[in-house]
Design a protein around this ligand. Structure first.
Ligand code: SF4
Ligand code: SF4
Length: 151
């Protein structure tokens, strides 16, 4: 563990039960993981007067939108809004979330401790779950996606 990086971040052992509930639900997890995080570190380099240390606000950076496989497979969903926030992600994906956790891993406002927990405890299961859906005739978009990825 790189303690110097993780200092001040959320201790996952204190939130593991609620975090698992978030990660096991079929809607975008990034906003709730952000809210469970510690927010801007005091040593941020933004050149602003306001003290934003600890703020867990969504930055509207769109990283979670860009990395979401549901939106990548079905880009027409993005016609509903030009916003690039976690609220937009929740509106556009809703209950169709693949539970791949890409949005959480790409969010600058989610603590490294939470990201490491997901990588170490949930990613193998997430990849296995997605693999079982390949070939499912109810999910032709997923098959097309895999075919394109293999070209
Ligand atoms: S990136 Fe993955 S976990 Fe996040 S909303 Fe999209 S499908 Fe769900
Ligand atoms: S990735 Fe960016 S837009 Fe998405 S929740 Fe995090 S800060 Fe907000």
């Amino acid at each position: 563990m790189q303690e110097h990086i993780l200092k001040g971040q959320t201790d996952v052992s204190q939130i593991e039960a609620i975090l698992d509930i978030v990660l096991n639900s079929s809607s975008p997890p990034v906003a709730r993981c952000r809210l469970l995080s510690s927010g801007f570190a005091p040593h941020h380099t933004l050149n602003i007067e306001e003290d934003i240390a600890g703020s867990v606000a969504c930055l509207g950076c769109g990283n979670c939108i860009d990395i979401c496989p549901v939106l990548s497979r079905e880009p027409t969903r993005m016609e509903k809004t030009a916003q690039r926030s976690s609220m937009a992600l929740e509106t556009l994906v809703a209950e169709d979330c693949d539970r791949c956790f890409n949005c959480v891993l790409s969010c600058p406002q989610v603590d490294t401790t939470i990201k490491h927990y997901i990588v170490n405890r949930h990613m193998v299961e997430a990849m296995s779950r997605l693999e079982t859906r390949i070939g499912d005739e109810k999910e032709p978009d997923l098959d097309l996606y895999v075919e394109e990825a293999l070209i």
